[in-house]
Design a protein around this ligand. Sequence first.
Ligand SMILES: [Zn+2]
Ligand SMILES: [Zn+2]
Length: 171
Amino acid sequence: MPHTILRKTYPPPVLVFFFAFIMIASLLTYQIFISPFITAPWPKWVMIPSFCASASFAWLSWLVNPGHLASPAQRVRNRAPANNTTFMHLLEQVDAADLCPECRVIKIPRSRHCNVCGVCIERFDHHCPWINTCVGRRNHFYFFFFISATWLFLLSCLCEIAVFYSEIVDG
Ligand SMILES: [Zn+2]
Ligand SMILES: [Zn+2]
């Protein structure tokens, strides 16, 4: 059986920098142009910790292995001609639908091959362009808190606008 090379794309992490720019620009804009003019301090108490939490959990989600079924080093070894017989042997024993032709590993329930990262991910959720990595079994926890903290940060931005309008614009 010929070795099937699935389509791989390696997009530059433009969205990661775009996301960081939006977050930092929002924080600085609010802290410089809005916060000094309102008396209610609580939007700031939520905004700064939620910004720090969002950045920390985004970094942790990116840092933690999402659950690769085969490491890149293993995949290189598996591609070696001497090991082709092992893969062919696997094909005789395991249903072809249960094998990933790219990683040459036996897939497990809910695992899926990510065409961007080029690896099979355990309990695959999705490939997140904002953190430029997959979300899988091992980093799902951090990703959940990343989304929650980002949501809280955006909510605190809206609250700060509401307080600004009620205190300054309406008098
Ligand atoms: Zn795979
Ligand atoms: Zn991926």
